[in-house]
Design a protein around this ligand. Structure first.
Ligand SMILES: [Mg+2]
Length: 137
C-alpha cells in the first residue's frame, strides 16, 4: 500500500517540521493550511491517513474529520491540538478521530501512529482479500 499522509495545519512551520519527519520516514506527504484546501485535495487522491490540527480558520478540524469520515469510514485520522480537555477528547472520538496528540508535537509519536494506521489498513485489506478468496473457491 502506498503510504500517503495528508497533514492539515494553519501554522506553516509546524507543517514543514512534520513534512520533513514524515518524508524522511518514507511517507508521501501532502499538506493543506485549511480544511477547505484539504477538501479539495481529497477529491484528487484517496488519502487514508490524516493528521488534522483542530484549530483552523474557517471549518475546524472536528468538522473536517466528520466530513472525511462520512465519505470514507475506513480512513484513520489523528487530531493535533494545542491542549486537550476531556470535553475535547470526547468531541474528537465522536467525530471519528482515532486518537489525539497535543502540541508541541512529538514527531516520534506521530510517526508511530502513522505506522500503526498503515498496519491496520493493510490488515483490513488482507482480511478482505482472504474473505474474497474463500468466496470464490
Ligand atoms: Mg491551528
Amino acid at each position: 500500500m502506498e503510504k500517503h499522509v495528508l497533514l492539515v495545519d494553519d501554522e506553516v512551520p509546524i507543517l514543514k517540521m512534520m513534512t520533513r519527519a514524515f518524508t524522511r520516514a518514507g511517507y508521501e506527504v501532502e499538506t493543506a493550511e485549511s480544511a477547505e484546501d484539504a477538501m479539495e485535495l481529497i477529491k484528487t487522491y484517496k488519502y487514508m491517513v490524516f493528521f488534522l490540527d483542530l484549530n483552523l480558520p474557517g471549518m475546524n478540524g472536528i468538522d473536517l474529520c466528520r466530513q472525511i469520515r462520512k465519505d470514507n469510514p475506513l480512513t484513520i485520522l489523528y487530531a493535533v491540538t494545542g491542549f486537550a480537555t476531556t470535553f475535547e477528547v470526547f468531541d474528537c472520538r465522536q467525530a471519528g478521530f482515532e486518537d489525539y496528540f497535543t502540541k508541541p508535537v512529538e514527531l516520534k509519536k506521530l510517526l508511530e501512529a502513522a505506522e500503526q494506521a498503515f498496519q491496520k489498513l493493510a490488515r483490513w485489506k488482507r482480511e478482505e482479500e482472504s474473505f474474497n478468496l474463500k468466496d470464490v473457491h
